[in-house]
Design a protein around this ligand. Structure first.
Ligand code: FES
Ligand code: FE2
Length: 377
């Protein structure tokens, strides 16, 4: 990691935030901050075309991404140390250098100034910006925000996106959500909401009473909900061939949380009384990356399994699944969560949720996150 002459003012801007479930978790909550020594999704790989400079703000830090000549990914602070103009407005030159649009300083992928065209051409210590480890895996670009060595083994397993028929994977959607990322984690780890917020599309009254079973493997939390002989929700109806399964089936949802905010849901149904493997469904993949304390980059995609329909149908389904899920998130989840954030902000710092049995998953992940934050602190 390069010395960071650029991060001081940015880090000073981070303020404590309210994490409601911390209040009732058993472990003492450290100052709420972002977990840094972990991987976050910056964007889907195709978004970073060759020769492009792409800006993202992550944890209040402006970052510019580009592809290096050796195929690797560069990520450096997007703020020129001279007069603070975003480097992403500049030009990508040979040797993996960005030339600042304002007065022509050039910076390499390590964040160091490689050329000062002015005066004595001296390059002072202060003329450098922070650089971040960044890699490409599972068709996504990942960034490591911490100061410990980046650990590639900590990238969650999204191999369900690799080597899969392109007709079985939807395109990756993106939403910029005006809430803290933890409200979105809470939402995904408590899937009882699908019976209400997404009634008809993703859930219904039959799935409302499924009790969550929470398991922990290392720092990974998995919440499973099963519903026997339940009405098949709209999105699964489209994927089923069997008329019986189009009406009713045994359903399950099993969602895993990987610190700090990446999730993988396995969602599907099989005919009543028949094994899971005979059914159909999809992996619903959710990548939450804090932009600020109150805004979150939300990327999502889906990869089908147990595909029963033919290619012609799958071509249509790929688009339909994307549209239905985008509707469910953008038009159903996000308005609720953004309103929740406003409601919590109005109440100030002393708000404690009244928890229900469905909060078992959110409580468990909060404990793990609190511990990781405390270790980092
Ligand atoms: S602001 Fe970048 S070189 Fe002046
Ligand atoms: Fe939802």
């Amino acid at each position: 990691m390069c010395p960071d002459s650029d991060s001081g003012p940015v880090l000073q801007g981070i303020e404590p935030t309210l994490f409601p479930l911390s209040a009732s978790a058993e472990l003492p909550s450290p100052d709420p901050k972002f977990l840094r020594n972990t991987w976050y999704v910056a964007m889907p790989s195709p978004e970073l075309g060759e020769g492009k400079l792409v800006h993202r703000t992550i944890m209040n830090e402006p970052i510019v991404f580009y592809r290096k000549e050796d195929g690797g990914i560069a990520a450096i602070a997007d703020r020129c140390p001279h007069r603070h103009v975003p480097l992403s407005m500049g030009t990508l030159k040979g040797g993996d250098r960005i030339q600042c649009i304002y007065h022509g300083l050039e910076f390499g992928a390590d964040g160091k100034c490689a050329l000062n065209p002015h005066g004595s051409k001296k390059i002072s210590e202060a003329l450098q910006v922070k650089s971040y480890p960044a890699v490409e895996k599972h068709t996504l670009l990942w960034i490591w925000m911490g100061d410990k060595p980046a650990d590639l083994d900590l990238i969650p397993d999204y191999s369900c996106l690799d080597d899969r028929d392109e007709l079985h994977v939807t395109r990756t959607g993106y939403l910029n959500v005006k809430s803290n990322y933890q409200l979105l984690v809470d939402n995904l780890l408590d899937l009882s909401h699908i019976s209400y917020t997404h009634a008809g599309i993703l859930g219904n009254a039959d799935t409302a009473e499924a009790d969550p079973e929470v398991t922990q493997d290392g720092d990974v939390i998995t919440v499973t909900r099963n519903s026997k002989d339940a009405e098949t929700p709209g999105i699964l109806k489209m994927m089923a061939l069997d008329e019986e399964l189009k009406q009713r089936g045994d359903q399950w949802q099993s969602i895993s949380w990987f610190p700090a905010s990446n999730l993988r849901l396995e969602f599907g149904a099989s005919k009543v009384g028949e094994p899971k493997e005979t059914g159909t469904g999809y992996f619903a993949l959710h990548f939450l990356t804090p932009e600020t304390e109150k805004t979150t980059h939300y990327h999502y995609t889906a990869a089908r399994w147990g595909v029963q329909t033919d290619d012609e149908t799958n071509r249509e389904l790929r688009d339909l699944i994307y549209k239905m899920r985008t509707f469910a998130f953008a038009d159903q989840d996000v308005p609720v969560i953004e309103a929740q954030q406003i409601s919590m902000d109005q109440a100030g710092d002393n708000l404690t949720p009244t928890l229900l049995s469905v909060d078992a998953g959110p409580l468990q992940y909060q404990k793990v996150l609190d511990r990781l934050l405390a270790e980092e602190a």
